[in-house]
Design a protein around this ligand. Structure first.
Ligand code: GAP
Length: 442
């Protein structure tokens, strides 16, 4: 299947089955903003829950935080976003479209007579590149005046830095320790696209680990290893994951070293998570701009210092897209195409479909009882309409790993048919065992 075709098919499946819808679709949509439907919200929630479990619940040295989206405007001066979070853009004076200055579709040099607009084809109408800040602005309070301008955060990290002393003191942590946060971030991206890969509103899963200067390189390596393993444990194809090290001209203004975890999407290898050694840039800047001391006093060493920070920053939407791309496959079965989302059972939105073989002989009653029983433990779905083969196919498309059919034998032998999504093999399991059977495989 051609790569562009795969993305088209995925976008259409996501809409048809309720994973992802275009935002405000009935009004023609809003550029690069997406809504998650009933299956999508479960899938993304599973990603976030697994991250939270691995980063916060399973460790003693990381605390959780949920900081506000709106922050004091000085935060973004200190962070470097007001001055530096920009893209060079050019405008076409003829068709009024706006492009990144490095848009490969532009022929010639913007600002010069030879430059050609990639949309309307006019020559000499492209302006010189101008810097454009990617932060969304809004106004706080009743008057739209300059003094009340606030930004929608372009990353969640800053909420962690400004709270690091609050968290450390209230939770009685000592360095080395980390703070983890999941939350929305906003960027007025100029070339968004590829479905939910690059959007203007997205969710980040970020963790900032505070360490003693000099131990940062060691922690950086540990975190690299742990984060790559986390992605592998989602069930992603290992050969489609790789490292990309940032060269000196790629490094963000705050980073001493940076590696991206990349996934091989149909549109190429792209970043899904960044691991950064941020040194003392962030705490140093917030100390300078706020005038508040942010140093740590190490009692054992009788030493005072600004901690260094190792950051792990993943996009919840990008990881969700990775799962969808990795899981999508089409197979020929008995002359028909079967579409399957082969999710790892742990991330699948629905864990089991429950089907009465026919709508009589007490099967619907027994199946409904079983469905309610399962639903108390994990997301399940009840379906009694259409041929059993069609019901299985619908669950294959939703990525449901187990199909459970109540049939004639159930009434006599108290067993059900469990059909496995990937192999399509069936086995009989005791009615009273089936909830455990599924739960053990999640
Ligand atoms: N605090 C560091 C930071 O924000 P980043 O590399 O700009 O670093 C981290 O972003 C992660 O956030 C990316 O790896 C990606 O998964 C996600 N991300 C960034 N911009 C995004 C966008 N426009 N749409 C979706 N996800 C995005």
């Amino acid at each position: 299947m051609a790569d562009t075709q795969l993305m088209d098919k995925l976008v259409s499946l996501c809409k048809r089955r309720g994973f992802v819808f275009q935002s405000s679709e009935i009004y023609g949509g809003l550029g690069s903003v997406w809504d998650y439907g009933p299956l999508g919200v479960e899938l993304k929630k599973n990603v976030k829950d697994r991250w939270w479990r691995a980063m916060v619940h399973a460790r003693d040295d990381i605390e959780g935080l949920d900081a506000a989206i709106l922050m004091h405007p000085r935060v973004w001066e200190a962070s470097g976003h007001v001055a530096g979070f920009t893209d060079p853009l050019v405008d076409c004076k003829h068709c009024k479209n706006r492009f990144r200055a490095d848009d490969p579709r532009i022929k010639g040099t913007p600002g010069q007579p030879d430059a050609q607009c990639p949309v309307c084809g006019s020559r000499g109408t492209l302006t010189e590149p101008r810097l454009f800040n990617l932060m969304f602005k809004t106004f706080m309070g009743p008057v739209e005046e300059q003094a009340a301008v606030v930004f929608l955060r372009p990353e969640t990290a800053q909420g962690i830095y400004v709270n690091y002393l609050n968290v450390m003191q209230s939770s009685r942590q000592r360095i080395p320790f980390g703070i983890a946060q999941i939350g929305k971030a906003f960027r007025n991206e100029i070339t968004p696209g590829n479905f939910i890969f690059r959007t203007r509103e997205f969710e980040q899963m970020e963790m900032q680990f505070f360490v003693q200067p000099g131990t940062d390189a060691e922690w950086f390596e540990r975190w690299r290893e742990w984060r790559m393993q986390w992605h592998r444990d989602l069930g992603l194809t290992p050969a489609r994951l790789q490292w990309h090290q940032h060269g000196p001209d790629e490094l963000a203004h705050y980073a001493r070293a940076a590696f991206d975890i990349q996934y091989q999407f149909p549109f190429g290898w792209q970043e899904i998570e960044g691991i950064h050694n941020r040194g003392d840039f962030d705490l140093g800047r917030h100390q300078e701009y706020s005038g508040k001391k942010l140093e740590y006093f190490d009692q054992a060493a009788n030493q005072r210092y600004l901690p260094y920070i190792v950051e792990t920053s993943a996009g919840a939407d990008r990881v969700t897209l990775t799962l969808l791309v990795d899981a999508y496959r089409e197979e020929e079965v008995e002359g028909e195409t079967r579409v399957v989302l082969g999710f790892h059972p742990a991330v699948a939105p629905i864990k089991a479909g429950v089907f009465p073989l026919v709508k009589k002989d007490g099967m619907p009653e027994l199946a409904t009882e079983l469905y309610h029983d399962l639903k108390r433990r994990f997301p399940a779905f009840y379906d009694d309409s259409g041929a059993i083969g069609r019901r299985y196919r619908r669950m294959d498309e939703a990525g449901t790993p187990f199909g459970i059919t109540v049939d004639g034998e159930t009434l006599q032998a108290r067993t059900v048919t469990v059909r496995h999504r990937d192999s399509m093999q069936q086995e009989r399991v005791g009615l009273d065992r089936v909830a455990d059977f599924v739960a053990e495989r999640l």
